[in-house]
Design a protein around this ligand. Sequence first.
Ligand SMILES: [Zn+2]
Length: 157
Amino acid sequence: MANPEFLEERADDVLALILTHSHEDHYGAVLDLWPGFEKPVFATPFTSAMLAAKRAGDGIVENVDITIMRPGKPFTVGPFTIEAINVAHSIPESNGLLISTPVGRALHTGDWKLDPTPVGNAPTDVVRLRAIGRGSHHATGADLRLHQCHEGRREPE
Ligand SMILES: [Zn+2]
């Protein structure tokens, strides 16, 4: 169960919610949080559809106004420019986020893996990630789980 207390206490500083992908641990709390929070929500078409299906399934009347984001089409949120970057994962339309700020850039990978033939998803955009790596950025935040950190290769899902 998500605990949105951290965000609620800082609601005045939060500009938007950006959903990297549609796994429950990444978007599941939006319907609980959003009615009183009412910040802009950005998501891909698939994640937006998953959220709508969850809303319908849970019988939630309140609708969340979602702005569709797509890889390679940056958008602005306050002083930030956000670029979604396709990453392979176990669910379609998963993204990392390049966040350009007035003082530098940060990369949030989202959940990701290097799988050249992911089922129902495009491979991780390594060309774009290499270009970002050659430029200047101040921080990279990666979602990793212990069981995913091992040497060698796994078969594609
Ligand atoms: Zn995930």
